[in-house]
Design a protein. Structure first.
Length: 53
């Protein structure tokens, strides 16, 4: 079952959902072999996802 995570730095009242059964999602992103990250909002990042975390 997804766990709500309060993210007040985003916008007032915002939260994200972490699916613990899938492992640490940040660790999964960090291991991606990508040169471009296109977030849902925010600037485009050129380079490895590891540099974002």
């Amino acid at each position: 079952m997804p766990v709500p995570v309060h993210t007040p730095w985003h916008t007032k009242g915002h939260c994200a959902y972490h699916p613990p059964c899938r492992g640490d999602s940040l660790a999964v992103i960090e291991r991606l072999d990508a040169g471009l990250v296109l977030p849902g909002h925010g600037p485009v990042h050129h380079g490895r996802p590891r540099r974002l975390l």
